[in-house]
Write a protein that binds this ligand. Structure first.
Ligand code: ADP
Ligand code: MG
Length: 262
């Protein structure tokens, strides 16, 4: 099956800094890929290229098998990429339904905002997709009353509702409590269940391991290795991560199943 996204030999320089060097990366259909790597490894740069926020210095990008030149943010969105931003991207003082439909309001045949329909849609999304069971939360509740995890859930559901095929999450668990993190990981599983694809970045290897089909490890701008989570234990993956942090490579006795990236 054609990959949703493919990077071939992608590089990105910021002046002297080579944030990415010759990166080959792909995201399959209905696949969740976890990106791991130390601070400065190039994780955010990679996803900013695939969301059209940065243009690569070199290499090629393919969407569904077709080369895409001059990828911009609007073009990436057209191609089905949605980014789940940190909670600040939600309008805190606005209601839940307004946040869901912000910038893409439903209208009546006369061109007026169809508030009733948006409230009703929000209500079914809340109960079916966001897992809000509390009667205290309604489509008219202000976002500022939600927990961090609930806000992330709203952002993911918004991305799913608008039929994004590829959802990007860059450190979405940052600042969340354990309970909220669990909820968020369930939302990510919901992306998979909905038949969509995702790129998930998190500092916490447990979080990545528990939602990703495949883990790609970046190290100083290059792909150090990749693993199917079904083919490696969490212990072995952690071992490899420690090894790379210490020595800059996976070399050593515990390297069965390791496939070298380029
Ligand atoms: N806009 C920028 N200007 C200059 N250097 C940058 C910029 N963005 C990222 N970098 C550098 O590129 C490298 C990779 O950064 P980044 O992709 O943010 O890493 P990560 O998300 O894995 O922590 C780092 O050395 C960082 O300092
Ligand atoms: Mg980052």
């Amino acid at each position: 099956m054609t990959n949703r996204i493919e990077f071939k030999n992608v590089s990105k320089c910021f002046g002297e800094v080579e944030a990415l060097q010759g990166v080959n990366f792909h995201l399959g259909q209905n696949e969740v890929v976890g990106l791991l790597g130390d601070n400065g490894a190039g994780k955010s740069t990679l996803i900013k290229i695939l969301t059209g926020y940065y243009q690569p210095t070199g290499g090629e990008i393919y969407f569904n098998g077709d080369p895409v030149e001059d990828l911009t943010v609007p073009r990436a969105r057209e191609l089905g990429v949605e980014t789940v931003y940190q909670e600040r991207a939600l309008a805190e003082l606005q209601t839940l339904w307004r946040n869901i439909f912000m910038g893409r309001e439903l209208t009546t045949s006369f061109g007026f905002m169809n508030v009733k329909k948006m409230q009703a849609e929000t209500h079914s999304l809340m109960t079916e997709s966001m897992g809000f069971t509390s009667t205290a939360v309604t489509p008219n509740s202000a976002i500022q009353t939600f927990s961090g995890g609930e806000k992330q859930g709203v952002a993911i559901v918004r991305a799913l509702y608008f039929d994004a095929d590829i959802i990007i999450l860059d450190e979405p668990t940052m600042g969340l409590s354990l309970k909220e993190t669990r909820k968020l990981l369930n939302f990510v599983r919901g992306i998979k269940a909905a038949g969509k694809s995702a790129v998930f970045i998190d500092h916490n290897i447990f979080n990545v391991f528990s939602v990703a089909d495949r883990v790609v490890v970046l190290d100083r701008g290059t792909v150090a290795g990749e693993f199917m989570t079904s083919e490696i234990s969490l212990d072995d993956l952690m071992d490899k991560m420690y090894r790379i942090a210490e020595t800059g490579s996976f070399e050593g006795e515990v390297d069965e199943g390791f496939s070298e990236g380029k």
